[in-house]
Every structure is written in structure tokens, then in C-alpha cells.
Design a protein around this ligand. Structure first.
Ligand code: PLP
Length: 402
């Protein structure tokens, strides 16, 4: 049979870990003439999104909005509480931990990194030892990536909080929920997180361009004790503006706000518990398929223990050159775009082609996930990559609730 017939005409599925699939309703909400930025609907809409953002973050505390991607949120949060010469502790479980650490160094801090590799979650004993060793309390913040999008490791934030409390260390607990918010359960206040950063283009389903920093009173007090804070990143006027433009340090991200309003309506109409349960079920279908395929041949889930797997992104190892070959095949033949492996091997190293990632965050449902998995299984067959049987069968059982 000819296997070079392409079947890519139709609606594409961008199954990468951000930007995520944008709901049509979000796109339609953004498709409008430029609104008045001084008064009226946009101003009211802005005031309405903040409490609804807090409900997603599960916090009663402050929210600041930035016109930026996730890197901007990293910089914004750090700029408010970390001064040159301060130390931050970064337990890293993939590339994004190192990225946030690098951002801290860029503003003159010293990043003390504990590197847990590329597929293991935090070892809390090692973090406890590092905090205990810091008798002078030099460490001003712990930068904790909830889901590291490169490795797809999900870290245990409440357990980290308990360790910090047991050791009696006063550092701020700062969480990066850019990949996890609106996908994996996260409870800012109940879990004792002082600062949380996220972006709009993953679980929040809006095109990239807006980010959010949530901070509690403890973090606000640290901000107030800073020698100086960059005017643009300062969260004080953004969280408590006297004039509308101060929400954004300038012109409002007009269309993104309309998109966000619609996305938040969708999330709260579904309900946070259902959003988490949906992501959980879909992720379990993916893991079941991958486990079956991995019974023979080179494919393996990057994170062995399901308790530490993200429900928004799945990193896979398949050996070079299969990762790139599979991504290329499903893209050119099926209209399915899978994520590149990130941070698993240096670009230019042939091993780089042995990894790929699946994004399953935000606006995704059962048939999309089954379509993605079917596409991958077709690709494994087309490319003669050895794999175990029964991947789709295992996934459909999970989706069926069996
Ligand atoms: C996507 C992501 C970032 C970076 O966000 P950008 O929008 O690409 O700047 C940071 N941290 C995590 C965990 C992410 O998933």
C-alpha cells in the first residue's frame, strides 16, 4: 500500500505544551474593533477578570497583570522581591528551573541550584539540608517550578511548604505554574505559596502575550523592604492602581483581555474540579497508550512514577532519530504537530532527535486526545518503529472509564 498519501487537510491540532489550542469562542471574542481604553466596557471587563483569575489561582490575595510571556512573569516576580546580591534556592527538575535561576542571576542574584536531573522530582531531604545549612537565612526565596515543561515532572509544592516550615526557614515560596495552572490541581493559599507566576497561553487558552503574578501579604512586605524596584515591573500600582493604565504600566492589552474574559467564563462554567478531573483522565489515557507501546521497542515515558507526572504535558524518549522522524511524519501526513524534546540533549547533538513532547493543556477533549494517540500509533507503524500492541485500546478504555 502506498503510504506517502498525506491526510493533513482539515483542522490541525497543535499538540505542543504551549501555546495551546485556542477555543473558537476566545478567538471570536478578540475579533472586534479597537475598544475605548479610557472608560466603559473594557474597564469594567478588566475589573471583572481579576477576581476570576484569583479563583483559578485559588487565592484571596493580590494579582498583577503584565503584557508579557512567561519569561516576563519570571522577571516581574523576581524584580519585586529579589535585589542584587540576594540568594535564591532553585530545586531544578528540568530546563525551566534552570531558566528561572538564570533570570534571577540576570538581575544580580546568586542562584543556588540543586539539580535533580531531567526525569526525577525533588528530593525533599536534599532541599531540607540546603535550607538547614543556610543558618544566616541568606536564601530569600525558593523558586519552585510546579510542572517543568521540559521533563514533564510534577513537583509536590505542599510537601515543599512543609519542609520550609519544619526547618523554620523564612524564605518566600515562589511557584511557577505557567504549565500547570488550569490543568493540574494548584491551591495557592491552602498550600502556603507566597508568589505564583503564570502565563495566559497554556491552561488559560489565550494567545501568548499576557502573564500574571499573584502575591500574598508576606511577599508584599518583602517588596516594601526592597531598596528599589524597577518602575515597569513594580507590582504595587498594577495590583492597586489609582488610574486604569496602571494595571498594565501603560496601554491595556485590549484584545487579550476580551479573550481572557471568555476563557475564564469557560473555565468557571466547567468548574475547577472538573477542569482538573478532565486533564487527569486525558493524561491517564496518554500514559496508558505509552505504557502499551513501550512494552516493545524504544518508546518510554520520561517520568516513571505516575504520582510525579504532569497532566498538561508528557515528555517521551524514543531514541534518535525516531523522535524527529515521528514529529515530521504526523505533521506532514496528519496535520498533527507534536512538541520537540526540550533540554533533554543539546541541539546539534544527534541524541536531540530522540525526544518529543505532547501538549494536552487547556482546550482539549477526549476525541482530540484519541486522535493524537491514533496519529502517533499510525506514525509508529508508518516508520516501522518497534512498539507494543494495544496502545489505542488501553487509551480508549481509560477514556471510557473502564
Ligand atoms: C512555558 C513556560 C515558561 C516560559 O513561558 P514563555 O511564555 O515561553 O516565556 C516558563 N515556565 C514554565 C513551567 C513553562 O511551561
Amino acid at each position: 500500500m502506498k503510504n506517502d498519501l498525506t491526510l493533513s487537510q482539515g483542522r490541525d491540532y497543535l499538540a505542543i505544551p504551549g501555546p495551546s489550542v485556542i477555543p473558537d469562542a476566545v478567538l471570536q471574542a478578540m475579533h472586534r474593533a479597537a475598544p475605548n481604553i479610557y472608560a466603559g466596557e473594557l474597564v469594567d471587563l478588566t475589573h471583572s477578570v481579576i477576581p476570576d483569575l484569583r479563583r483559578v489561582a485559588r487565592t484571596r490575595h493580590n494579582a498583577a497583570i503584565y503584557i508579557s510571556n512567561g519569561h516576563g512573569a519570571w522577571e516581574a516576580a523576581l524584580s519585586n522581591v529579589i535585589a542584587p546580591g540576594d540568594t535564591v534556592l532553585v530545586p531544578a527538575t528540568g530546563r525551566f528551573g534552570h531558566g528561572w535561576a538564570d533570570m534571577a542571576e540576570g538581575i544580580g542574584a546568586t542562584a543556588q541550584i540543586i539539580d535533580f536531573g531531567k526525569s526525577e522530582p525533588w528530593d525533599l531531604d536534599q532541599i531540607a539540608d540546603a535550607l538547614k545549612a543556610d543558618v544566616a537565612h541568606q536564601i530569600k526565596a525558593v523558586l519552585a517550578v510546579h510542572v517543568d515543561t521540559s521533563s514533564s515532572v510534577l513537583n509536590d509544592i505542599p510537601a515543599l511548604r512543609r519542609v520550609m516550615d519544619e526547618v523554620g526557614h523564612p524564605a518566600l515560596l515562589m511557584a511557577d505554574c505557567i504549565a500547570s495552572l488550569g490543568c493540574d490541581r494548584f491551591e495557592m493559599d491552602d498550600w502556603g505559596v507566597d508568589v505564583m507566576v503564570t502565563g495566559c497561553q497554556k491552561g488559560l487558552m489565550v494567545p501568548p502575550g499576557m502573564s500574571f503574578v499573584f502575591f500574598n501579604d508576606k511577599a508584599a512586605a518583602v517588596r516594601d523592604g526592597m531598596p528599589r524596584v524597577s518602575r515597569y515591573w513594580d507590582w504595587v500600582p498594577r495590583a492597586n492602581p489609582e488610574e486604569y493604565y496602571q494595571h498594565f504600566g501603560g496601554t491595556a492589552p485590549t484584545h487579550h483581555l476580551y479573550g481572557l474574559r471568555t476563557a475564564l467564563d469557560m473555565i468557571h462554567a466547567e468548574g475547577m474540579d472538573h477542569v482538573w478531573a478532565r486533564h487527569d483522565r486525558l493524561a491517564r489515557a496518554i500514559w496508558a497508550a505509552c505504557d502499551a507501546w513501550g512494552q516493545e521497542g524504544p518508546l518510554a515515558l520520561n517520568v516513571a512514577d505516575p504520582a510525579f507526572r504532569s497532566r498538561a504535558v508528557t515528555s517521551l524518549r524514543i531514541g534518535s532519530p525516531h523522535g524527529t522522524a515521528l514529529r515530521d511524519w504526523v505533521s506532514s501526513h496528519l496535520g498533527l504537530t507534536l512538541g520537540i524534546g526540550l533540554g533533554m540533549a543539546p541541539p546539534g547533538d544527534p541524541a536531540w532527535h530522540g525526544f518529543f513532547r505532547l501538549g494536552h493543556m487547556g482546550h482539549v477533549n477526549g476525541q482530540m486526545i484519541l486522535g493524537m494517540l491514533g496519529g502517533i500509533e499510525a506514525g509508529l507503524k508508518a516508520l516501522d518503529i518497534p512498539h507494543g500492541k494495544g496502545g489505542l485500546e488501553a487509551a480508549t478504555s481509560v477514556i471510557a472509564g473502564k
